[in-house]
Each structure stands twice: as structure tokens, then as C-alpha cells.
Ligand binder design. Structure first.
Ligand SMILES: [Zn+2]
Length: 183
């Protein structure tokens, strides 16, 4: 830039700062999206209000133990998370890295909301065909959670916390909250 160019750039920048158009693109859109996020869900409700496959993408392939994709799964060792592990295989601790990141944050929000309770995981990656045909659990992209007291009255707010955490799709089921994530 020559001197005149620099002066023009500076003037433009000053103008943009004054009128606020520098920020106009991102901030209000984000704020609007945040404001529309529900604080809790009713039983049977999901958010966003589109089919799960549209929100997070359909399952590409099932991950089987030792098969392709298995090494991408990571283990959650969150010591403030209760794992049901009814299979006794540790599968409930395995999930995609993206799901683990949100689960860790969700555990923090649960403790903030109910200091005496912890987050409880009833399902994560599923290798035993326990879900519907195209379930994201088979790819480690979904988790089912409750609070450690397993009180169904808390599920609606727990769903709200899962949304706050940034899970891409959250469903308040009768006995747990199902939350799933893009790859
Ligand atoms: Zn589920």
C-alpha cells in the first residue's frame, strides 16, 4: 500500500468501527441462536427440531471391535462420571473424541447445577446391537445419560444442559437423555 492507500484503509476501518459493521456478521446471529436454545426439554422432545440424521448426519458405518474406525474411539476416564457398564466390557466408556469433549463439559455443568450429583452414562459406543438399525451408538457418536440419582424429573433440565454443552442433537427420552454429535 502507498501512503494514500494506507490513509484510505485507516479511514474505512475507523468508519466500520464507528458504525459497528465489523461485528455485524457474526455476533448477533450467534446471540440469536443462543437465545433460542431451550433451557429444558419435555419428555419426547428433541432439539434442534429436525430429524437426527439431518442434524448430525447418518451413520457411515458401524464400528466393530478391532475393525476400521475402532482406533478412532477414545476412552472416557472422567472420574466424576458414573458409568453403568452393564455389559462389563468397558464399551460405555468408548466414544468419538468429539462426544468425549462434550461429555466432559456436560459433567461439569451437572455438578454446577446439582452439586451433590454426578453425570451417569448408560450407553455410549454399542457393539451388542442394543439400538435401532441406524443408531449412532454403533459409531460411538451418541451417548445416553441420566443424573447419578436416576431421577426422571431431572431429565428435562439435563437435556437443556446437553444443548448448552454443544451436542448437535439432543433427545429427551423417557428414561434418559440421548445426545449425538457430528463426526
Ligand atoms: Zn441413545
Amino acid at each position: 500500500l502507498n501512503e494514500r492507500g494506507t490513509a484510505v484503509s485507516l479511514a474505512l476501518y475507523a468508519l466500520c468501527t464507528l458504525c459497528g459493521c465489523v461485528e455485524r456478521d457474526s455476533a448477533p446471529g450467534l446471540a440469536k441462536e443462543r437465545a433460542s436454545r431451550p433451557r429444558s426439554l419435555d419428555p419426547g422432545q428433541y432439539w434442534p427440531r429436525v430429524a437426527e440424521a439431518r442434524a448430525v448426519g447418518a451413520i457411515e458405518r458401524r464400528v466393530v471391535r478391532g475393525g476400521p474406525g475402532f482406533t478412532r474411539l477414545v476412552r472416557s476416564d472422567g472420574d466424576r462420571i458414573v458409568f453403568k457398564d452393564e455389559e462389563g466390557t468397558g464399551a460405555d466408556r468408548l466414544m468419538s473424541p468429539e462426544v468425549r469433549a462434550r461429555l466432559t463439559e456436560l459433567a461439569r455443568l451437572v455438578r454446577r447445577e446439582w452439586p451433590a450429583l454426578e453425570l451417569r452414562v448408560t450407553e455410549a459406543w454399542d457393539e451388542d446391537d442394543e439400538h435401532g438399525e441406524d443408531s449412532l451408538h454403533y459409531a460411538g457418536r451418541a451417548v445416553d445419560v441420566t443424573t447419578s440419582d436416576v431421577d426422571p424429573k431431572r431429565l428435562g433440565r439435563l437435556a437443556g444442559l446437553a444443548i448448552e454443552t454443544g451436542f448437535d442433537w439432543v433427545y429427551c427420552e423417557r428414561t434418559h437423555v440421548h445426545a449425538s454429535q457430528r463426526e
